[in-house]
Design a binder for this molecule. Structure first.
Ligand code: PMP
Length: 418
């Protein structure tokens, strides 16, 4: 097994793959009598021991509810949670901690904006722009809002290489366009959208923009100030943190004007029989007991990722991506979806008319985990006129040797179906 990234990669000496793998206990699993090859990183990343330890440490030593009691454990828990907020703020270069809202994940972050921005800023006849490459999380909430409020939902299309069609996107704006919601990185195609340009076009047309960064944060440095986006959303579990927690970043002046969307404890200032006044940001949007251990785990994930040279990680993942694409391309009946130059290590394909689930089941028998199906992208499948795809998604803890094993499995699948 390769121990360090090859020397032709920029920053190859910045990290050792073998050392990194030691951080992830689950990578040692034997699956169906073979060492696990985990190529389902776009679905969720494996968790480093630092994240597992941080969560365990909270439960073993500091377990209490936050923002409430005056006792020591509660103060410690609150300080740990708020320290995680500061780590996230720094990680995406937001101005203020008040701009970082903890949610249950990307899905809840988008539903929060749909409900709250929808109620506060939209009226019947207003328009929202999304795209054909959006995950259902960035699709269904807008459709629901459209139906509830009588809005118009417009869909930007993509070019054959999987890039967003910028001319088409730009042509969709009218004076009624209020909001745009687009993926920073596509979860099926891996396309990295030119987020700054998307933001500029939205703002030139007087619309606010939400970027779905769920597939971006683990692979690219994200700077919300540089992007100038109004909202940025992501899930902890896609960036080595636990499930059950995510982030909504929003510009403070916007969040301030938006009504709360869930009522309950933690989000109030005063409650009387007549009326309730609300807490300041960020708590106004954090009703109920938060996932405390998970937020602390997210803070640990941010610290874990931040120790690396992100450029070196990206270069290495790109190297593995190209290696895997080369193996796929050796097969004559291979259709690869998403060939944009700027693309993370997410590779979706179909091998002849082999059903994606059959492909995934066969390679699973050899210990290789890939995803099959529509990847919560049914409109994108309709665009390509296919029921599904196989998706291999890579991470910097994957190795050349694993790509070799995947290449051998391709031969197995080809033989079985020949
Ligand atoms: N957007 C994108 C681009 C995603 O890849 C995903 C998860 N696959 C989501 C949104 C939804 O994330 P979650 O299920 O963590 O809320």
């Amino acid at each position: 097994m390769m121990t360090t990234a090859p020397s032709n990669i920029v920053g190859f000496d910045k990290f050792s793959v073998e050392d990194v793998r030691q951080d992830f206990p689950c990578l040692d699993r034997i699956v169906n009598s073979n060492p696990l090859v985990y190529f389902d990183n776009a679905a969720t990343k494996q968790k480093p021991r630092a994240v597992l330890d941080a969560m365990q440490m909270f439960y073993e030593n500091h377990c209490a509810n936050v923002h409430r009691s005056a006792h020591t454990l509660s103060n410690e828990a609150t300080a740990m949670l708020e320290a995680a907020r500061e780590k996230v703020r720094d990680f995406i270069n937001a101005d203020k901690q008040s701009e970082i809202i903890f949610t249950r994940g990307t899905t809840e972050s988008i539903n929060l904006v749909a409900n709250s921005f929808g109620q506060g800023f939209l009226k019947p006849g207003d328009e929202i722009i999304i795209s054909v490459m959006e995950h259902h999380s960035n699709f269904v909430p807008w459709q629901m809002l459209r139906d509830r409020m009588g809005l118009n939902l417009k869909m930007a299309t993509i070019a054959p290489d999987g890039n967003l069609d910028l001319d088409h996107y730009e042509s969709l704006f009218t004076e009624k366009t209020r909001l745009v919601a687009l993926a920073h990185v596509s979860n099926s195609l891996g396309t990295v959208n030119d987020a700054k340009k998307l933001v500029q076009i939205a703002h030139q047309n007087g619309a606010k923009i939400l970027l779905d960064g769920c597939q971006a944060v683990a692979h690219l440095p994200v700077d919300v100030k540089d992007l100038e986006c109004d909202f940025y959303v992501f899930s902890a579990h896609k960036m080595f943190g636990p499930t059950g927690v995510g982030v909504l970043y929003g510009k403070e002046d916007l969040l301030d004007q938006m009504p709360p969307w869930q009522g309950g404890g933690e989000m109030i200032d005063q409650v009387t029989l007549e009326k309730t006044t609300y807490a300041d940001l960020p708590h106004k949007f954090e009703a109920g007991t938060p996932p405390i251990a998970e937020i602390i785990g997210l803070g640990a994930a941010v610290e874990y990722l931040s120790q690396f040279d992100r450029v070196a990680l990206h270069e290495y993942e790109t190297y593995l991506r190209d290696m895997l694409i080369e193996r796929l391309s050796n097969h004559p009946e291979m259709a690869i979806y998403g060939t944009a130059n700027n693309k993370v290590s997410i590779i979706s394909f179909n091998m002849g008319d082999i059903h994606s689930s059959d492909f995934a089941s066969i390679v699973d028998k050899e210990g290789i985990a890939v995803r099959a199906g529509h990847h919560c992208n049914q409109p994108l499948m309709q665009h390509f006129n296919i029921p599904g795809m196989v998706r291999a998604s890579l991470c910097f803890y994957n190795t050349e040797a694993e790509i070799d094993r995947f290449g051998q499995s391709l031969e197995t699948v080809a033989r079985l179906f020949s």
